[in-house]
Ligand binder design. Structure first.
Ligand code: C2E
Ligand code: MG
Ligand code: MG
Length: 716
């Protein structure tokens, strides 16, 4: 069976969101490279500028030393007439002399090349003879030097013709220096270009540059590593915190959607998922079934053996249901002892019914708990989608209504939803709301039906019968609401009120204390099963001051048979107090005469249907006679219920110790009529009830018997 898990909140790391470490690595590596590059670049450009300035100064000094002297010596050649061609210059014999003079002067100096330009920008001399005669008017250095500036530039040459022959791979600085003869203010006569070889200095600068780069890289790298460790550690802490928070969130989502005891998805989870599941099923053309499983006897276990046993039982039940469900079926715990099963793919109602049968079968064997074998059955309601309802709410209502029908049908069974169930469920809900209001607003009242000694016709007791004084319908009989009180659990509170009121009322019937009548109170099933029941009776007797022997409690066969051992103990405890106990509606339930032998009760109240056997056929009379005989044998007294005819009264009259109750004598009376009844003055009541009145008053016909109560009942 698949388990719907809580929607997982994806963690930040898994979502590939903000990663401190990664961002730091990339950003700081880029920064490291950029900073190093900047440092190296700045150093390099500074070093080159220094080199250039230095060489420019030394070239200027050098030129000042030899330039004017050479120019003066070879003025005629160097500053010769305008319009000379390269051939004129190359063919001039003074060129060779000039070359020799310069080579001699440059020997031992780092100068590798010298050029002279005349005022027209013509190359009149170059230590590289191929350049003699070149027109350099357009050359920026020549132009600016002719206007008085000293201009230098750094170049690198792979191959270069120097004074002393060809040289290669050199870094050179060339300076254009104006030539003035006769002082700094003399006119410029030409330009000298001096090339000095700075390869060695450049290499030194490059080596220093490399050292700086490596040092910067090392220092920044160490800083980077240190910070990386800090960031890495921080990131691990942040991730751990995020993971923890994600886990906490996922856990609280899981807790909100799951039941802590069984681990099953809960009602909130069901309402969150059911709509989507049904929509998906409809889309796929599947039929789904929703089952409401309500445990039948769970409350008894919880109340009598405690919550620990209740919890263990729930777990066992849940495991058993799971075991019969299929892979895709889902089980939810939607209340204390309520489960919901979703079958997402069923062929038809029969398939869902088969599953319900399987669940009931799985719950049938007793659950062994602490050496006690616990029986817990269930009632199951089935609703089909889309047949019974299209929305999740509709389907839930249908399954709920069907479950109530299954419960009413005697528990331990299942029912599939039928249209008419919906109306019944709605009515039931209306009644439950009305009951809560009745309890709040004091709309419950008690009527009392007299019980007479069959022989003397004296009133020996009154049965307290609950009525609801409805603001709309008047007096309503319990048949219309007692089941709802039981199912909703209200019976506990209402039952306590009944017992308290009846005991208080009985205390007022003391006109003739010697034969003050008893009061008998009907006990609800849940009331009887509650562990504090006997204590409550003790408390009520104490509070009301009613002697215990004037209280009688009416229990039904089914109440006693549910847990015979406990019933025996409770009955024993009640009788030990002096309280009388009777079995109500005898003959309509299990009617297992054998349990009468170990359940020592005071009376059996023979049901109206059995009493009617007096006027029935031979078989019915035989059943009645059998009950009478067993009761006599066990020394249990008989109360005939619903005595309506004189012949019925005559039958019981001759049984020793028998008592009678029925419309033949009186319908249930409101409390204010009891005084009159006891005084024997009430009109038409006493004639039949008094001793010596023969066969009693004629039996009222059914129409006469119908009280306001009955009218309301029939109407509803
Ligand atoms: P019950 O305890 O067997 O009460 C007797 C019922 O039979 C009463 O119906 C009474 O009005 C009716 N009855 C008495 N004599 C005759 C007769 O000669 N002919 C006919 N046709 N009916 C007769 P009621 O008052 O409607 O009560 C119905 C049932 O509701 C009671 O049956 C009892 O099981 C339950 N009940 C009434 N009051 C209480 C209560 O306070 N607590 C609990 N738990 N159940 C109550
Ligand atoms: Mg009764
Ligand atoms: Mg009865």
């Amino acid at each position: 069976m698949s388990h719907p898990s809580a929607p997982q909140r994806p963690s930040r790391t898994r979502r590939g969101g903000f990663r401190l470490g990664r961002i730091y690595s990339v950003a700081s590596l880029v920064g490291l490279v950029l900073v190093t590059a900047c440092v190296v670049y700045l150093y390099r450009s500074h070093a080159l500028r220094q080199l250039l300035e230095h060489e420019e100064r030394s070239n200027t000094v050098l030129t000042a030393a030899f330039g004017p002297a050479v120019w003066a010596e070879f003025r005629a050649f160097l500053g010769g007439p305008a319009g000379r061609t390269p051939q004129d210059l190359v063919g001039d014999p003074r060129l060779a002399a000039l070359h020799d003079a310069l080579a001699a002067r440059m020997r031992g100096l780092p100068v590798v090349k010298v050029k002279f330009f005349d005022r027209d920008g013509l190359t009149v001399y170059s230590s590289d003879p191929r350049q003699v005669g070149e027109d350099k008017r357009g050359n920026d250095g020549v132009r600016r030097a002719l206007s008085g500036e000293v201009v230098s530039q750094l170049t690198h040459r792979d191959r270069f013709d120097a004074f002393e022959g060809e040289i290669s791979d050199r870094t050179l600085i060339s300076s254009y220096v104006p030539v003035r003869i006769g002082g700094p203010d003399a006119p410029i006569e030409g330009v000298v270009e001096v090339y000095s070889d700075v390869t060695a200095m450049d290499a030194q600068s490059a080596a220093a540059q490399m050292k700086i780069a490596v040092t910067a890289m090392l220092l920044l790298g160490m800083l980077y590593l240190f910070l990386y460790l800090v960031v890495h550690k921080s990131e691990r802490i942040i991730l751990a915190q995020e993971r923890e928070r994600d886990e906490r969130e996922a856990q609280s989502i899981h807790q909100a959607l799951h039941d802590a005891l069984t681990g099953l998805p809960n009602r909130a989870c069901l309402s969150q998922q059911l709509g989507a599941e049904l929509a998906q099923a409809a889309h796929d053309g599947r039929r789904s079934a929703l089952m409401f499983v309500d445990l039948d006897r769970f409350k008894t276990v919880n109340d009598s053996l405690g919550h620990h046993a209740g919890d263990a039982l729930l777990k066992a039940v849940c495991a058993r249901i799971r075991a019969v469900l299929g892979q895709r079926d889902r089980l939810y715990r939607v209340g204390g002892d309520e489960f919901t099963v979703l079958l997402p793919d069923v062929a038809d109602e029969a398939a869902a019914a088969a599953m319900a049968r399987a669940i009931l079968g799985a719950l049938e064997p007793a659950v062994p708990l602490d050496g006690v074998a616990l029986n817990v059955g269930a009632s199951i309601g089935i609703a089909l989608h889309p047949d019974d309802g299209r929305s999740a709410e509709q389907l839930l209502r249908c399954a709920d209504a069907a479950m109530y029908v299954a419960k009413a049908a005697g528990r331990g069974t299942f029912a599939a939803y039928r249209a008419e169930m919906g109306e019944r469920a709605e009515r039931r809900l209306r009644v439950e709301l009305a009951m809560r209001k009745a309890l709040r607003c004091g709309e419950f009242v008690l009527h009392y039906q007299p019980r007479l000694d069959a022989h003397t016709r004296e009133t020996v007791a009154f049965e307290a019968l609950l009525r609801w004084n409805s603001p709309d319908d008047g007096i309503v009989a319990p048949g219309a609401f007692i089941d709802v009180l039981e199912e909703s659990g209200l019976i506990g509170e209402v039952g306590e009120w009944v017992m308290r009121s009846a005991c208080a009322q009985a205390n007022t019937w003391t006109a003739n204390a010697a034969c003050a009548p008893c009061v008998s109170v009907n006990v609800g099933t849940q009331q009887f099963q509650s562990p504090g029941f006997v204590d409550l009776v003790v408390e009520i007797l104490r509070d009301s001051g009613l002697p215990a022997d004037r209280l009688e409690l009416e229990l039904t066969e089914s109440q006693l048979m549910q847990d015979p051992a406990r019933a025996q103990a409770v009955v024993g405890a009640l009788r030990a107090l002096g309280v009388r106990v009777s079995i109500d509606d005898f003959g309509t339930g299990y009617s297992s005469l054998s349990y009468l032998s170990f359940l020592a009760v005071d009376f059996i109240k023979v049901d109206r249907s059995i009493v009617a056997g007096v006027d029935g056929n031979a078989r019915e009379r035989a059943v009645l006679q059998a009950i009478v005989d067993v009761a006599a044998a066990l020394d249990i007294r008989i109360v005939a219920e619903g005595v309506e005819t004189a012949s019925q009264a005559r039958f019981f009259e001759r049984l020793p110790g028998a008592e009678m109750q029925g419309f033949l004598f009186s319908k249930p009376l409101p409390p204010e009529a009891i005084g009159d009844w006891l005084r024997g003055t009430a009109d038409g009541m006493t004639a039949a009830g008094r001793p010596g009145s023969g066969t009693g008053r004629p039996a009222p016909d059914a129409a006469q018997c119908a009280s306001a109560t009955d009218r309301v009942l029939t109407a509803s």
